[in-house]
Design a binder for this molecule. Structure first.
Ligand code: NAD
Length: 484
């Protein structure tokens, strides 16, 4: 694999919830790929910690099966896989029970980075932090990775922050939002701050509006009972979509460095305006006769939880006043499609006679599928017949533009875990950011709860409820197509 890979320091990574779905599907296959690349060296270790009574060999077999199922082409590398599995150990611990903790303490080594990944329900964050402290397993240099959801409102997020702060400093805590680990999201910053072309135009003089779409084709399936307590706003908007919005809207930080970047993101969240009820559209997928409805999948016949949401947001500062940010995300939509589209303003005056079409430059940052960036530009329609203009994208799909190198792009979890080991918090959410994000979303949720808002039904495979189209039509705008 790549020769440019710089190995990280040796580490001991303890994964609480090491037998869970996330560990099996994402964390461990990701670490395996970093091991094959040479970034995780042979003197590092991963310790699975969970409730099940497994021994180390049993755990290795479980991880082997997970990597073979989810690890992609690299899982064929038998020798590499065997060597990776030798780096694994397992301890059976229960966050709520005293036993087992001294065996974990006995496994920890001095002189290496110590990291703890809380891939468990948030209710266990406090008890786990307490045990790590009580048994001297975590020290002042240890790092702590916590999964989403980080609270379900401002109060619970603040309580979690306070609980963690009892034993860990903020600079030891890595709150994961895997959207921030995506290659394209980082490319968004490279495009904005690495080119002279865009930043001068990045404001309300030149930008008409911004659309952020995260569309999924899957429904809630087996996660129905969990999802029904959260809904699209808590599960997607409060974290992922708001993080994307922050990166688009923030002022240029003085350096690409954790505190500078996170300070700027926080300022954006604080400048977000309260959202009136008519700027929010909630939806829920119906049955199409064959596939089950949301209510059937959630096992809750009268639930009003939203599986779709669209919001018109506004940022009150000099750069963005007057530029709406339209956010939408939903399940069982037409295609799996995530995109940030920066739609520039119309040309003030056209010199081309007879050209009445509205030509707009659109910078589109595609998160999935076909990660890449394209810029719609206006050109002359080829051939005779005078100056007729057409709009075409300058397309940079990373897989084409970067060739071999694109295959070496680590996925979001891989990159973020390596950042934890390197001690780089730039792509993680700070505690005050998460709290501020809830401060914006809480009144929106409280508003629809007070109104007993009933989500609009939409057909599976559609673009969401019609009311979401109206949200833009009212402003004389249109959503971009959701296409795979
Ligand atoms: P899971 O139910 O599959 O696994 C839970 C794990 O926690 C198991 O290993 C279990 O042994 C362990 N556990 C449960 N109770 C414990 C206790 N008292 N003490 C010690 N260990 C205990 O859950 P998951 O899907 O892997 O999710 C884990 C966390 O990651 C959750 O917070 C979830 O919200 C978050 N998350 C999951 C996904 C996903 O795709 N699965 C995505 C994003 C975030």
């Amino acid at each position: 694999m790549a020769s440019r890979v710089i190995p990280v320091e040796p580490f001991d990574l303890v994964i609480f919830g090491g037998t869970g779905d996330l560990a099996r599907r994402k964390i461990l296959p990701g670490l395996f790929r970093r091991f094959l690349s040479g970034q995780m060296t042979a003197d590092s270790r991963i310790i699975g910690a969970a409730r099940g009574a497994l021994d180390a060999d049993g755990y290795r077999e479980m991880v082997r099966a997970g990597i073979q199922e989810f690890g992609g082409a690299e899982a064929q590398d038998e020798a590499g896989l065997g060597s990776f599995l030798e780096r694994l150990d397992y301890v059976s611990v229960d966050a709520t029970v005293e036993e087992g903790w001294s065996s974990l303490a006995g496994l920890m080594r001095d002189g290496v980075v110590r990291a703890f990944y809380f891939s468990v329900a948030p209710a266990l964050f406090g008890p786990l932090a307490e045990r790590l402290h009580q048994h001297g397993i975590a020290n002042a240099q240890s790092r702590l990775v916590v999964e989403k959801p980080f609270g379900r409102d401002f109060e619970s997020a603040r309580a979690l922050n306070r609980m963690l702060a009892e034993h860990f400093h903020e600079d030891q805590i890595y709150r994961i939002d895997h959207y921030l680990g995506k290659e394209t999201v980082q490319n968004l910053m490279a495009v904005r701050f690495g080119n002279v072309l865009f930043e001068p135009l990045w404001n309300n003089h030149y930008i008409d509006h911004i659309q952020i779409t995260v569309a999924e084709t899957v429904g809630v399936e087996g996660r129905g009972s969990y999802y029904d307590k959260s809904g699209a706003m808590r599960d997607m908007v409060q974290n992922h979509l708001m993080q994307l919005l922050c990166l688009i809207a923030m002022e240029p930080p003085s350096r690409f460095e954790a505190e500078a970047v996170r300070d700027e993101k926080l300022k954006v969240i604080r400048a977000l305006q309260p959202v009136p009820a008519h700027h929010v559209v909630r939806g829920q997928y119906d049955s199409d006769g064959e596939r089950p409805s949301y209510r059937e999948e959630a096992g809750s016949p009268r639930t009003f939880t939203e599986s779709f949401i669209a919001i018109r947001a506004e940022i009150a500062n000099w750069r963005w006043t007057g530029v709406p940010f339209y956010l939408r995300t939903g399940k069982k939509l037409r295609a799996r499609h995530s995109e940030i589209a920066v739609v520039f303003k119309d040309l003030g005056h056209s010199i081309f006679e007879g050209d009445e079409k509205r030509h707009r430059n659109i910078l589109s940052i595609r998160l999935q599928p076909n990660e890449g960036i394209d810029l719609t530009v206006t050109i002359k329609e080829p051939g005779p017949g005078g100056m007729r203009l057409i709009d075409r994208p300058l397309d940079m799909t990373f897989a084409d533009a970067l060739g071999e190198e694109a295959r070496e792009i680590p996925d979001a979890y891989e990159r973020l875990i390596m950042d934890v080991i390197r001690g780089n918090q730039t792509l993680f959410m700070r505690g005050d950011e998460v709290e501020a994000a809830w401060t914006w979303t809480d009144p929106i949720i409280a508003g629809w709860e007070k109104r007993n808002d009933v989500p609009k039904l939409y057909d599976p495979g559609s673009a969401g409820p019609d009311d979401a189209l109206m949200l833009l039509h009212r402003d004389g705008r249109r959503w971009r197509e959701i296409r795979g």
